[in-house]
Design a protein around this ligand. Structure first.
Ligand SMILES: Cc1ncc(C[n+]2csc(CCOP(=O)(O)OP(=O)(O)O)c2C)c(N)n1
Ligand SMILES: [Mg+2]
Length: 762
């Protein structure tokens, strides 16, 4: 065995630049190798198929390539530290100490979707071998340099990502990728159950790596829990969680043995360990974990021992907060020293060969970085945002109106007489329900899931009958966890299915918001349009439930959705619009991979009347399946009227229509009511046009005063040049919604609209 490396490390005590120290350590370790210059001369190197060390599963061939991947990763890190200060590289969070993760890549396939920790340089280098003609060094250098030629993100982020290698780029929000990784694992199995043609082999597994500190995050814990919850019911969830345990998160040490103590005894999460610091010793543990996951289809937790060399990032001067002795002790566990020892000990390389290899890879990394530095950067705004929110209007319209499922829907609805368009006008809940049945008939890859959506049909019976018609594989209850509901949705989307996740109440979207804000909506942007997770998220929303529920069932804030880049948000106030909006959203998801939020105003679900009890005027006929909305298109009531225009949406629409009658009576004004229907993006041009055509303007926004849709509408009016017209906003109060009748004190009502109009009478 190798001599204890600690004793070989000279005391370069005060060097702040630990990258230089580690580099020197390797060189000196090899140069001063005294292990008898290898047991066997290099001419007698072991056969490639023989183990590198007695008892190891890792063959010489495996080892040689793994070491190569480790060196590529290490030199990319070293290069990044040198070139960052020259402004040629824009990211220095490295992989040093984690190079053992190359084993995970070697023992899995390039078609196993991978959601990677940021210390995955060696994993990537190894995975690159799986397809011919790919160059991990150049690809990584382009990403480090934020060149628009970067094949992962087109220069938008330094990410580990690759379309052909099934590495989906991740954000920097730690743990946020675990739910979607599990979602993808579940999707592999669910796809098979619904007969969906998977883009990857049927026995694929999802790989998800993360750090030891990240494992504590609520978002990580929900994925572990859901994996366990799934396996507990004997349902397959082939996810390989790889915890790369370096014992620290930035500067906070993980309690000794915490990961093992916390994860080794979890029910239905099968625990494996492997030494990621030693290829010869660790290979078998990794192989066991991968084999177990693939063959049993059970969630598998691989606890991979790693260390962290060179600090958290280039900006982390560890020497300022850790003792030199401690740093040296950590640096002595550098897995590359161990790999060097194995190579020399087994006679795979001589010292000279190994040093030559080390320097050769260094040279290639710097050459690639120089080349990457010369490659073009993103310099044009349109180019930057091109993949964010693709919208091919013609294709979306054609897809939304495509009607070729006549027979299938006959089977779903029962008979020609029972088709929904042949029925009398109905209220919102019924028409959403009909539209969902229709979409399920049209798209065999749709899935609907959430809390209580299956047998019960949802809290408001909006999904009633779907489970019966389309069965468990397509309509199912999840566990009670919104983060995971949206993680599942991303997983299905990743594999080409069309998820319709339901969030039971808008208030409960907020605790899972990051899954849309940080993750789902960002995927096309950060993958330069190469990956997508289309979905239509249905959310029961808004207030006015006639005394029921209090704040959390009447949440009227859509602010958290409004500024999510690329997200489409729509809110239908009536049944026919709802059906047509859903068709368009599904088409947006299908055609352009968009993430859409469909807000269902709870108080209008059962509303049948508009002006008076039993007038039935808020029921509408089901639109035939070849009708859809255009993204952004508003519905206009009394389009010729021009004394006053009221801009509104949701519950505001029937309120404004009622108020319009009163206003006409009081002032003799003809009132135009504009239901915006699409809240993100707002149709600024349409708002400006109506504002321009009318003498006075009201904005009725049932949401809260601050940061609500109303602010966006006012901005569009002012920027459209109509801010000088008589203009008022009728809006909710900046408060939580109280219980019972008091709710109506904080929400705008018909009378408030009439009163606001009266102030415009100049
Ligand atoms: C949600 C979130 N909170 C905080 C951070 C800042 N942050 C980045 S990495 C990190 C520590 C992660 O440690 P660990 O999971 O052990 O991974 P390691 O860096 O040690 O490999 C923190 C706190 C973040 N990126 N995301
Ligand atoms: Mg850590």
């Amino acid at each position: 065995m190798a001599a204890n490396p600690v004793s070989l490390i000279p005391a370069r005590h005060k060097n702040v630049n630990r990258a230089e120290v580690c580099d020197q350590n390797f060189l000196e370790f090899v140069q001063s190798w005294q292990g008898g210059a290898a047991r066997q001369p290099s001419a007698l190197s072991p056969q490639p198929s023989s183990p590198v060390l007695p008892g190891s599963l890792c063959t010489v061939e495996d080892f040689v390539q793994l070491l190569d991947s480790q060196l590529v990763s290490r030199h990319l890190d070293l290069m990044a530290r040198v070139l960052r200060v020259k402004n040629k590289v824009f990211y220095t969070i490295g992989s040093s100490g984690h190079e053992g993760n190359a084993m995970v890549a070697r023992l899995t396939r390039h078609t196993d979707p991978a959601f990677l920790h940021y210390r995955s340089g060696a994993f990537m280098a190894e995975r690159f071998r799986k397809l011919p003609g790919m160059d991990p060094i150049m690809d990584s250098a382009l990403s480090f340099a934020a060149s628009k030629d970067d094949p992962a993100s087109g220069g938008r982020h330094k990410v580990w990502g690759s379309k052909p290698l099934w590495v989906l780029p991740q954000t920097s929000t730690i743990a946020s990728h675990l739910p979607k990784a599990l979602g993808t694992a579940v999707a592999i199995e669910q796809g098979k159950r619904i007969g969906h043609a998977l883009p990857i082999p049927d026995d694929s597994i999802a790989i998800c790596s993360f750090g030891d500190a990240s494992a504590n995050h609520a978002t990580a814990q929900t994925a572990f829990n859901t994996a366990q919850w799934t396996a507990y019911q004997k349902l397959p969830a082939p996810v390989l969680f790889v915890c790369e345990d370096n014992g620290i998160g930035i500067s906070v040490k993980t309690p000794r043995d915490w990961i093992g103590a916390s994860f080794s005894g979890r029910r239905d999460l099968d625990y494996f360990t492997a030494d990621g610091l030693d290829l010869a010793a660790g290979y078998e543990g990794v192989a066991r974990a991968v084999y177990h996951c693939r063959t049993t289809r059970r969630p598998t937790f691989l606890h991979l021992r790693t260390t962290r060399i060179m600090g958290h990032a280039g900006t982390d001067f560890e020497i300022e907060w850790r003792s030199v002795e401690e740093l040296m002790a950590v640096e002595a566990t550098d897995p590359l020293l161990r790999s060097a020892a194995i190579a020399l000990e087994a006679g795979i390389y001589t010292k000279e060969q190994l040093l030559a290899k080390y320097e050769d890879i260094r040279k290639r990394c710097f050459a690639a970085a120089d080349e990457a530095d010369r490659r073009p950067k993103l310099t044009d705004l349109a180019e930057v945002i091109a993949p964010l929110a693709p919208y091919r209007a013609d294709k979306v319209a054609a897809e939304a109106k495509r009607f070729d499922h006549a027979e299938k829907r006959l089977a779903v609805f029962g008979s020609a007489e029972k088709l929904p368009e042949k029925q009398a006008p109905r209220h919102l809940a019924i028409q959403i329900n009909n539209a969902l049945h229709d979409l399920f008939a049209k798209y065999p890859e749709t899935l609907l899931f959430g809390e209580d959506v299956a047998q019960k049909g949802g809290v408001y019976t909006v999904t009633k009958g779907l489970h019966k018609a389309f069965k468990n594989a397509r309509v199912f209850n999840t566990l009670l966890d919104e983060t995971m509901i949206l993680g599942l949705a991303q997983g299905f989307g990743n594999l080409g299915m069309l998820p319709l996740p339901e969030i039971q109440y808008l208030a409960y979207f907020h605790n899972a918001c990051d899954q849309i804000r940080g993750e789902a909506a960002s995927l096309q942007f950060f993958s330069n349009g190469q990956y997508r997770n289309p979905m239509v998220m249905r959310i029961a929303s808004l207030g006015y439930q006639r005394g029921f529920g209090g704040h959390f069932h009447n949440d009227n804030s859509i602010t958290a959705l409004r500024d999510i880049p690329g997200l489409v948000v729509g809110c239908a106030s009536r049944g026919d619009d709802a059906a047509m909006m859903l068709r368009t959203m599904v088409a947006l998801a299908k055609v352009d991979g968009r993430v859409c939020a469909f807000l269902e105003p709870i108080a209008l679900y059962m509303t049948k009347d508009l002006y008076a009890a039993a007038d039935g005027q808020w029921q509408f006929a089901y639109p035939s399946p070849d009708q859809a909305l255009v993204l952004g298109e508003e519905r206009v009531y009394a389009s010729e009227a021009n004394d006053l225009v009221i801009f509104t949406f949701g519950n505001g629409v029937p309120m404004s229509l009622r108020a319009a009658r009163e206003i006409e009576k009081a002032h003799g004004w003809k009132v135009r009511v504009v239901d915006l229907r699409w809240l993100v993006p707002l149709n600024d041009a349409a708002i400006a046009r109506h504002a321009g055509e009318c003498k006075r303007i009201l904005v009725v926004d049932e949401g809260r005063k601050s940061a609500g849709v109303g602010e966006g509408i006012i901005t569009a009016i002012v920027e459209g040049g109509h801010g000088a017209k008589p203009l008022r906003r009728v809006v909710g109060v900046d408060t939580y919604t109280p219980l019972a009748g008091a709710a109506l004190l904080v929400l705008p009502g018909d009378a408030d609209i009439v009163a606001a109009a009266a102030t415009l009478s100049r």
